[in-house]
Write a protein that binds this ligand. Structure first.
Ligand code: NAD
Length: 490
């Protein structure tokens, strides 16, 4: 891989037309690992034009042939899992095991998209009137694009891309400029699959490239994943330009612990959820809402287990938690912890001064836990996106649900209980798109849509599965009359 990354357009590696470069830093070492172009609108114009030309050939390639490329894609990624996971850990910081797990989720989406010949099937009604039939056909839209965030460099583009191309669209991926190497390596492997030129493209860059995607007339459908302010911007500008947009945003996920929860399992699952990927998961537990007196039974155990988690370079074995993505991110998280303390929270576990020998320039924060957090405080309301867990206590399940429902985000909400009635009430009333019952990270499998409500999602159809198929196709209704007499007369 070159030290200055290139775009992949029309089946070729090419330099960006922008000469501005962004440094890519290993978050565990603080060292520069490569540079990526900031990109410009002309890069997107080139990619969109080539993808649009390729679309004519690709949409007329039978679905059963299109998915043959996906079978090969799965194989080549699977056989390079360790190499890709190592690159992911190097630029993103998560542990090697977490990077490999991410690859598994990407592969599952390819597997589901291989069912496109069936997933694209539609409905047919014979004889809606005498000799008249009506049916629906699904057709691709043209050029699709994915704009992805830093925290899952492998998985997130696969929530969309395999479905889009299997449906007959061509595609452009814009990786996060913070973690551009992983997708670059994946595209090097895609090159060996011999897709028709222009079917799959990758353009690097930041805001200018995103805005160019939102303005480009050849791109009718855009999938975005990232923070809420940017998701809102992408949704508003994209739809203003007449595009289909699905924009997944930020999160502030609560887990409710009922007095009857099974304590040991609940403790283990909550700690994994809150501190896995250093809390940089959009489904990470960020707030524990304890109901009644369960706080006394569970808080100390969660603190003890969190304290045992080892923070360090994700490539080193025995490490449970890697660094956060950038120094700015670390500073923002430290400021939020301090604001929580200033607003009256109890500091139950302090990870601010964690030292990792040999990696003194890494962006490390150890697991941090705040007790008695106020629902009015900044730390409670703001998405932290780091290894910080807040505790808040309420008297009843209704109060817990009310707290969740007042939250501006609605990505996920989980409950820990042995009561079916409590679980059912929670599932029915909590305003969040992904619900977990005795589950800490309610991440839908590839054959379910990745939901998300309120300010965690702008749009209607989500990523993955049948939603992705609907998003990347348009339906055409056909009404046909065939009359035997005409054939006889001919
Ligand atoms: P981000 O919003 O900063 O960046 C996401 C993408 O938008 C990147 O490709 C970036 O280049 C681009 N971008 C950034 N600023 C922009 C701007 N002003 N205008 C146009 N484009 C811009 O997000 P991030 O920090 O990379 O990722 C973390 C965020 O993503 C968190 O908020 C997290 O909750 C969210 N996330 C959500 C989900 C979900 O499924 N809802 C999944 C993963 C991450």
């Amino acid at each position: 891989m070159p030290t200055v990354l290139k775009n992949y357009i029309n089946g070729q590696w090419c330099e960006s037309r922008s000469s501005t470069l962004i440094e890519v830093i290993n978050p565990a070492t603080g060292q520069r690992i490569c540079r990526v172009p900031a990109g410009c609108s002309q890069d997107i114009a080139d990619a969109a034009e080539s993808a649009n030309q390729a679309w004519e050939i690709w949409r007329n390639t039978p679905a059963i042939q299109r998915i043959q490329y996906l079978f090969k894609m799965k194989h080549v990624l699977e056989t390079h899992t360790d190499e890709i996971a190592a690159i992911c850990t190097k630029e993103c910081g998560k542990t090697f095991a977490e990077s490999k797990a991410e690859m598994t989720r990407a592969l599952e989406n390819i597997e589901v998209a291989c069912g496109i010949p069936t997933l694209m099937q539609s409905v047919f009604s014979e004889d809606i009137a005498t000799g008249v039939d009506e049916f629906v056909i699904r057709q691709p839209l043209g050029v699709g694009a994915c704009i992805s965030p830093f925290n899952f460099p492998i998985m997130i583009p696969f929530w969309f891309m395999p479905y889009a191309i299997a449906c007959g669209n061509t595609y452009i991926i814009k990786p996060s400029e913070k973690v551009p190497m992983t997708m670059t390596r994946i595209f090097e492997l895609f090159e060996t699959l011999n897709f028709p030129k222009g079917v799959l493209n990758m353009v690097h860059g930041g805001k200018e490239v995103v805005d160019a995607i939102l303005e480009n007339p050849f791109i009718p459908a855009i999938s975005f994943v990232g923070s809420t302010p940017v998701a809102k911007h992408v949704y508003q500008l994209g739809t203003l330009n007449g595009k289909r947009v699905q924009a997944q945003g930020g999160a502030k996920n609560a887990v409710v612990v009922m007095p009857d929860a099974e304590i040991e399992t609940t403790v283990r699952i909550i700690v994994d959820s809150a501190f896995g990927c250093a809390g940089q998961r959009c489904l990470a537990a960020s707030v524990v809402i304890t109901v009644g007196d369960v706080a006394e039974k569970i808080t100390g155990k969660i603190v003890k287990l969190a304290q045992s988690k080892k923070t360090g370079n994700g490539m080193v074995g025995e490490v449970d938690m890697g660094p956060v993505i950038t120094m700015e991110s670390k500073e923002r998280i430290l400021r939020l912890i301090q604001s929580g303390i200033d607003e009256g929270a109890e500091l139950l576990l302090d990870g601010r001064d964690v030292k990792v020998t040999g990696f003194e320039d890494g962006n490390f924060i150890g697991p941090t836990i705040l007790g008695k957090v106020s629902a009015e405080s900044e730390v409670y309301k703001t998405e932290i996106f780091g290894p910080v867990l807040s505790f808040i206590n309420v008297k009843t399940l209704d109060e817990a649900i009310q707290l969740i429902n007042l939250n501006r985000y609605g990505n996920s909400a989980c409950i820990f209980t042995r009561s079916g009635a409590a679980a059912r009430k929670f599932r029915h009333n909590a305003l969040a798109g992904n619900i977990g019952v005795n589950i800490g990270v309610a991440a839908p499998m590839a054959f379910f849509p990745f939901s998300g409500w309120k300010e965690s999602f702008f749009g209607d159809l989500h990523g993955q599965s049948s939603h992705a198929v609907e998003f990347y196709t348009q339906t055409k209704v056909v009404i046909e009359r065939w009359n035997e007499e005409w054939s006889r007369k001919f």
